[in-house]
Write a protein that binds this ligand. Structure first.
Ligand code: PLP
Length: 827
């Protein structure tokens, strides 16, 4: 097992079927968590986790274990854990080791769950972006430049990045709900009073609540069942909730359910269009599933934030008075007691915490207490009364994953009310750019939410950085430096002179389809009917897109190698599918191994996308790999997309295609093209070969979107197939010479590089420099003007590597080598 199961329920089933053990799950969770690159963890408790896992295995063996037995989980570091450090994300608690565990932790211990460690958070849970931790910000695993949301960001990220199967967070003003939304996991703030807070570091006591993160709603319900319920140590618990089976009605759906939608929630100032869109999308889903949406009014909504912003800092200032250097954590000695307090608190608290304490102390101070704190309590009661029994969906006021570093303008600006009773003196006016205010006029987002969520290509950013800079050597772009051979260009010119300037058949010109058919027969021994089984496309790019869109239904899972070509994940997502990356690594020559593919197959798997020779690693698959994948495809009735754009660019090995294996022609969409092997990137010609039923559906999309590939390009491609073999061999020979030079250079420099046998990329491991791949690529560009692409642009498993393309002259490769040597020497 290389990845944790998808859910608690799946893991519980595997444990009971003896297909894994609690120890194996704990080891895997620890291994993944130690490798975490999002700063999600503050403390990993290896020994503790293994002791718990062994006990869980014994319990499972005895046969009466609860569902959470042996399940690895993560605990927000504001929840006290006996004998395990608890910092609340603050220097002031550094070194503090509680003498007892919070009730929620004890309850999970009693279930046999395995706590892997403590997760990062905004200091004392004050923040909504996780940039306020004293131990550095947490990054969003989907895009490191974006915040994961806070304050329970570390817990959300640990689940989203597959490091644990569930986590606990706390939510005072959105601290579970927001990071869950921004990292794409399920999170819930339970009703205040249902979960004991005994042993949880207090922030704003009348609002704080512990709650779970997990991958599925069912898992969240399972965790809630474990932690809900009265605790004699917590006097604020509600006592009259029946603690019934929360999962009982889970599969009944929402049909017939009435859902109140407070109209005021959609006119909250500062709500980002992306957030509103996501909420409206969710409402649409509920409606489609049969729920009845009813507009309701919560007329005091506007005052909610004002009240929150009095009560929360007031309670915080009171709760945080206890950190004085005497009882817990940090102590900075002064000449007298008062100075010791001052120094300890001055050094120990971060700026956000100090700001809130000042604001809260002000609201509680003599003369203001009634005007602010008491009044806020009264308004809170009124709000509660108007809410009555309305069950409402509440959009979080916040961001749709804003860029890290774009700090809030004033402490907790996300909480500051428009016409509230508190307004910090130096508050800037609410941030509305011209564009944003124009957007507001439309009320709905102008753009599609699915597309909005897709990040722009990590490669492009590097191209943009170099455009216009003198003396840059680019090993960045994956395209041949050769000009398209003369004969192909002349064929295109001839076609234009002959007046072939009209649309062609949607499928592409007939002679080209015939030539493709002959070519595939000759190279792969497989024949496709030029009439119905071949479609000429705008590069392999369009072919990949058409193949995905024509075959995937919503929620279908597609297995891909990690790392792999940047367009696969967005292509699958846009087609409604779910990409399932399968790790490849240097130890196994970056091959996509059948045993790893098998481990990723679920009942939702629809297809396997094979892009080999691989971009960015240059890896090729062995005959046994292909046989194994073919067997899996057959056994599980899966489609295969075979992107063979680099099929001719192999060195010292023979390329084999999956379509050559028995039965595979009929379940494979074979995709190839002219860009790389024939040096024709700008002509935009590729093709797809597949059973007629598939090509027919792909053709419809193609017909309605691009009609046909530009005519002159088709004639150039035809010439390439007819007479271009010598040119291909000439260029392959040249790439091979360059490959050897670049490979040797990287290895000589101590940047270990596995030998690429295909495509035209080297993928050296740069971790020995102490930099991460983004830093390496960015600094190499700025300091030595050499462009490479960070491996993480191609997937999680690309981290620690950079992609360097050797489709450039030997002279430039040598010069780049000199520059990289200088750079590495300095690092
Ligand atoms: N597939 C892979 C693996 C690629 O690397 C590329 C381009 O870099 C493409 C497809 C797109 O190729 P085309 O130029 O034919 O659209």
């Amino acid at each position: 097992m290389t990845e944790l199961p998808r859910s608690v329920t799946e893991a519980a089933a595997l444990l009971r079927a003896r297909k894994t053990s609690a120890l194996e799950l704990a080891d895997l969770a620890l291994q993944r968590s130690h490798a975490d690159r999002h700063n999600a963890w503050l403390h990993l408790s290896d020994d503790h986790a293994r002791v718990q896992a062994r006990a869980a295995d014994a319990r499972l063996g005895a046969g009466d274990a609860p569902l959470l037995t042996g399940i690895p989980w993560a605990c927000k570091d504001i929840i006290g854990t006996k004998k395990i450090p608890t910092t609340a994300g603050s220097r002031i608690l550094e070194g503090y080791i509680p003498a007892y565990s919070a009730t929620v932790v004890e309850r999970l211990d009693a279930q046999g769950a395995v706590m892997v460690g403590k997760t990062n958070l905004d200091e004392f849970a004050m923040g909504s972006s996780n940039e306020n931790s004293a131990f550095g910000p947490v990054k969003n695993p989907w895009c490191a430049e974006r915040v994961p949301g806070g304050s329970s960001g570390g817990s959300a990220v640990a689940v989203a990045a597959g490091e644990v199967l569930f986590a606990l967070g706390t939510d005072t003003g959105g601290s579970i709900r927001q990071p869950a939304a921004l990292t794409g996991v399920v999170g819930m703030k339970p009703t205040y009073g249902r979960v004991p807070r005994w042993g949880v570091v207090a922030f704003a006591s009348s609002l704080d609540q512990v709650g779970p993160f997990a991958n599925t709603v069912e898992d969240v319900a399972i965790v809630c069942e474990a932690i809900f319920g009265k605790d004699p140590n917590d006097a604020t618990m509600v006592t009259d909730f029946p603690n019934d089976d929360l999962r009982r009605d889970l599969d009944k759906g929402v049909k017939g359910m009435r859902i109140g939608v407070p109209k005021e929630y959609f006119s909250v100032e500062g709500m980002e269009p992306g957030v509103e869109r996501a909420v409206r999308d969710a409402l649409n889903v509920l409606e489609r599933e049969g729920a009845k949406l009813e507009e309701v009014s919560l007329s005091l909504t506007d005052h909610g934030l004002a009240v929150y912003y009095i009560i929360q800092p007031a309670e915080a200032s009171s709760n945080l008075a206890r950190y004085d250097g005497i009882r817990y954590g940090l102590r900075v000695e002064g000449p007298d007691l008062l100075e010791t307090y001052r120094r300890t608190r001055g050094d120990g608290f971060g700026p956000e915490v100090k700001r809130r304490m000042i604001l809260g102390t002000y609201a509680l101070s003599a003369g203001y207490y009634d005007a602010y704190y008491v009044k806020a309590q009264k308004v809170r009661t009124l709000i509660k009364e108007t809410a009555g029994n309305i069950g409402a969906l509440r959009p979080q006021r916040g961001t749709s994953g804003r860029l890290a570093g774009h700090r809030e303008r004033l402490p907790g600006a996300h909480h500051v009310p428009r016409r509230g009773v508190v307004r910090a003196r130096h508050s800037a006016p609410p941030r509305t750019t011209e564009g944003e205010s124009r957007m507001k006029a439309t009320r709905r987002s102008l753009t599609n939410a699915k597309v909005e969520r897709i990040p722009a290509s990590g490669i492009r950013r590097f191209f943009d950085l170099v455009s216009g800079t003198e003396g840059v050597i680019s090993l960045g772009v994956g395209e041949p430096d050769f000009i398209t051979p003369d004969r192909f260009r002349e064929a295109a010119v001839r076609s234009i002179k002959d007046g072939k300037t009209k649309y062609t058949s949607n499928y592409g010109i007939r002679p080209l389809r015939e030539a493709i058919s002959d070519h595939t027969q000759k190279l792969r021994g497989v024949r496709y009917d030029p009439e119905r089984e071949i479609l000429v496309t705008v590069g392999v790019s369009e072919a990949v897109d058409l193949a995905l869109r024509a075959t995937l239904n919503d929620g279908d899972e597609v297995i891909i190698a990690d790392p792999s070509y940047v367009a696969y994940v967005p292509g699958i997502v846009l087609a409604g599918g779910v990409p399932v990356p399968v790790a490849t690594d240097e130890r196994h020559d970056f091959r996509l191994r059948p045993e790893d593919v098998e481990g990723a197959i679920t009942s939702r798997t629809r297809a396997i996308l094979i892009g080999f020779p691989n971009n960015p690693t240059g890896a090729v698959l062995t005959e046994d790999d292909l046989k194994g994948i073919a067997r899996l495809a057959d056994e599980h009735d899966l489609l295969v997309y075979a992107d063979e754009i680099y099929d001719r660019l192999v060195y010292g090995v023979r390329h084999r295609s999956i379509i050559e294996f028995p039965g595979m022609r009929d379940r494979t969409i074979y995709l190839a093209g002219f860009s790389k092997s024939y040096a024709m990137t700008g002509w935009r010609v590729g093709y797809a070969c597949a059973p007629a039923a598939v090509i027919e559906q792909m053709m419809k999309i193609h017909q309605y979107t691009v009609m046909c590939v530009p005519t002159a390009g088709q004639y150039a491609a035809l010439e390439a197939l007819r007479t271009g073999e010598d040119e291909v061999l000439r260029m392959v020979g040249e790439y091979d010479r360059r490959r050897k030079v670049m490979l040797k250079r990287f290895n000589d420099l101590g940047l270990h590089c596995f030998e690429p046998r295909g495509a035209f990329y080297c993928f050296p491991n740069i971790t020995s420099t102490g930099m991460d791949d983004e830093q390496f690529a960015e600094r190499l560009l700025l300091e030595e003007k050499v462009v490479t692409v960070p491996g993480s642009a191609f997937g999680e498993r690309g981290r620690g590597h950079v992609r360097a393309c050797y489709a450039t002259s030997l002279e430039k490769i040598e010069e780049a080598g000199e520059r990289i040597a200088r750079f590495v020497g300095r690092a």
